[in-house]
Design a binder for this molecule. Structure first.
Ligand code: FAD
Ligand code: DHB
Length: 400
């Protein structure tokens, strides 16, 4: 089997890369270890940056997103029981974010690829990478029926998430991994209730952080900070609602609507960066290369910017035989990745409650929230990061 770009992983990064390459007339094959139903049913991210929305539209995939997604012009930050609106739209001269779930983006991408005759192998096993420092690397794998294949390609894109095999192929001598593990976890729920608030609420409370988000007018997505080692079986629906209500309470009669919880789980939080994001003919993108804590809503969006750099590098290689951008892929992507890491770390430490902190540190945290919500300069900084920073190389934008 032969293709130009062998892509491992059918997450947002792998599928979007395959789609964008197709639009440039460059063929690729995507290998995914899970089933189509599984990848289309996994509940994860919800917030798309302006740049991600623009990319999805420019790639001709925006029809359902523009109908079913919800544009938000701001968010609310809450502390000491008081809410403070951050008017993103006004602070960024017209930018906004879209709440449209990751699994819907996945559905749109899978159907676009399959409609265009794109090849996605679901349920593959035993993926291994070979010859990445040669000009004709190969990927070995077994398909759904157990048949073994050898995929020969010009490039391999490792879009296989944090636990995939690609990153580990960069020799340890050349690979540096930097990380921070937080003492926080997020318990996320999907609940059949009306919308709690027209905009997302990020709430700081002595008992821990809480986030109110949404999916549809009838289905809401909320999160509470818990111990990352806690077990979901310790959390009855009643306990979750009581905790959420306590943390987002404003003492002015506003009430959080509750109802049946149809899904709940706990995820732990880390910041992680692998440097570099390339070796020979292997390029890693998205969660395979970096993880952010979810507080800044950056993970999926970063995956989308990585692959925009990669796609342009690959495209220039085939169109002009030019390797410069491809050789600089890691350098360009990492500059933006580190800024998103900084922002996600900052949002996480500003909003979560760490009971190991001293009362002095707690007062500094509250003072930071006071500063951020009262200084126009600080609000502008928060807003420009939240809607998404530019992606630039040699003075021009690499975003679509
Ligand atoms: P993934 O989505 O992880 O895709 C990788 C794919 O590779 C998977 O389908 C996997 O099955 C496949 N794979 C793995 N190993 C193999 C193998 N050996 N062979 C073949 N295939 C393999 N991000 C945001 O931008 N905004 C948000 O609001 C947001 N909220 C979040 C909330 C939560 C609770 C969580 C957990 C995450 C959130 N994120 C958010 C992060 C976002 O979901 C991820 O960053 C995003 O999924 C990364 O996409 P990816 O394509 O790089 O990796
Ligand atoms: C959602 C997830 C996030 O990480 C975030 O910061 C905001 C919203 C969500 O799933 O809706």
């Amino acid at each position: 089997m032969k293709t130009k770009v062998g892509i491992i992983g059918a997450g947002p990064a792998g599928l979007m890369l395959s789609h964008l390459l197709h639009l440039e007339g460059i063929d690729s094959i995507v290998l995914e270890s899970r089933s189509r139903e599984e990848i289309e049913g996994t509940i994860r991210a919800g917030v798309l940056e302006q740049g991600t929305v623009d990319l999805i539209n420019a790639a001709g995939l925006g029809e359902r997103m523009m109908k079913e997604g919800k544009i938000h012009h701001g968010i609310e930050l809450q502390y000491n029981g008081q809410r403070h609106r951050v008017n993103m739209h006004e602070l960024t001269e017209g930018k906004e974010i879209m709440v449209y779930p990751q699994h819907e983006v996945i559905k749109d991408l899978v159907s676009a690829r399959l409609d265009a005759g794109g090849e996605i192998f679901f349920n593959v096993e035993g993926v291994t990478l070979h010859g990445i420092s040669t000009e004709s690397p190969q990927i070995l794998f077994s398909d759904f029926d157990g048949e073994a294949h050898e995929l020969h390609c010009d490039f391999i894109a490792g879009c296989d998430g944090f636990h995939g095999p690609s990153r580990k192929m960069i020799p340890e001598l050349f690979r540096q991994e930097k990380q921070k593990i937080y003492p926080f976890g997020w318990l996320g729920i999907l609940a059949e209730t009306p919308i709690a608030n027209p905009e997302l609420i990020y709430a700081n409370h002595d008992r821990g952080f809480a986030l109110l988000s949404t999916r549809t007018p009838e289905l809401q997505r909320h999160y509470i900070q818990v111990d990352p080692k806690d077990d979901i079986s310790n959390w009855s629906d009643d306990r979750i609602w009581t905790e959420l209500k306590t943390r987002v309470d404003t003492n002015d009669g506003w009430e959080l609507p509750d109802g049946p919880i149809v899904q709940k789980n706990i995820v732990s939080m880390r910041s992680f960066v692998c440097e570099p994001m390339q070796y020979g003919r292997l390029f890693i993108a998205g969660d395979a290369a970096h993880i952010v804590p979810p507080t800044g809503a950056k993970g999926l969006n970063l995956a989308m910017t990585d692959i925009q750099v990669l796609k342009q590098g690959i495209s220039r290689f085939y169109r002009f035989g030019e390797k410069e951008l491809l050789n600089k892929y890691s350098e360009i992507a990492l500059r933006r990745v580190w800024k998103a890491q900084r922002f996600s770390y900052w949002m996480t430490t500003m909003l979560h409650t760490d009971h190991n902190k001293t009362s002095f540190e707690r007062s500094i945290q509250l003072s930071e929230l006071d500063y951020v919500t009262s200084s126009r300069a600080a609000l502008k900084s928060l807003a420009e990061n939240y809607v998404g920073l530019p992606l630039e190389w040699e003075g021009s934008s690499l975003l679509v």
